[in-house]
Design a protein around this ligand. Structure first.
Ligand code: FMN
Length: 177
């Protein structure tokens, strides 16, 4: 992973937390951020899969159509026991202004069980991440403890270290409080 991240001094807090980073990614950007985040938080990674969407124009059309309609697809969730984690971080790309629908499926199925959640989004710069975060938080019992978004271009150029570090710092500060 090429993104350099200096861990904050409260590294022991991070070590004592059990963290799960759950994400969906169609073209790899969200995966790249999720991997860096799991590394920084010393957490485990879990990728949501969804056969309904593929790379290529037809797959994007279907993804865009379902996003616009709010259709919730069937997803594959790796067998993880979410109740053993202190923090669950959920990441998604933005599709048609909202979180990619596989993550909407995931949060609809599981979100109400999650007490301590961080959120992140990747996007092409054409949408307001605040609106997409609202959608995610509507499926959770509590507001997210921290969140950040990164534009696709910045993911590709490895320019998301600062956003990631500030997210980790917020999490550790809240954990320490
Ligand atoms: C079907 C589809 C719809 C998208 N809709 C938006 C959008 O509404 N606003 C935006 O800023 N980017 C949009 N994007 C761009 C993605 O959010 C962006 O490229 C993201 O980083 C992709 O993440 P991934 O590589 O993890 O799949 C869309 C991409 C796809 C494939």
């Amino acid at each position: 992973m090429s993104t350099m991240l200096c861990l904050p001094p409260e590294t022991t807090i991070i070590r004592s937390m059990r963290t799960l980073v759950v994400y969906y990614s169609l073209t790899g950007n969200t995966r790249k951020v999720a991997e860096a985040l799991a590394d920084a938080l010393q957490g485990e990674l879990s990728e949501i899969k969804c056969d309904r969407y593929r790379r290529g124009i037809l797959g994007y059309f279907r993804a865009g159509f379902d996003g616009a309609r709010g259709n919730l697809p069937t997803i594959d969730i790796p067998p993880t026991k979410s109740d053993v984690y202190d923090l669950i971080v959920v990441g998604a790309p933005i599709w048609t202004g909202i979180p990619a629908v596989p993550i909407c499926s995931y949060l609809t199925e599981r979100g109400k069980q999650f007490k301590n959640v961080g959120l992140f989004l990747t996007h092409g710069g054409r949408s307001l991440p605040a609106r997409a975060f609202e959608r995610m938080e509507a499926l959770l019992p509590n507001p997210a403890v921290a969140k950040f978004s990164v534009m696709t271009e910045d993911v590709r150029r490895d320019r998301f270290g600062d956003a990631l570090q500030s997210f980790v710092a917020t999490i550790t500060a809240k954990q320490a409080a």
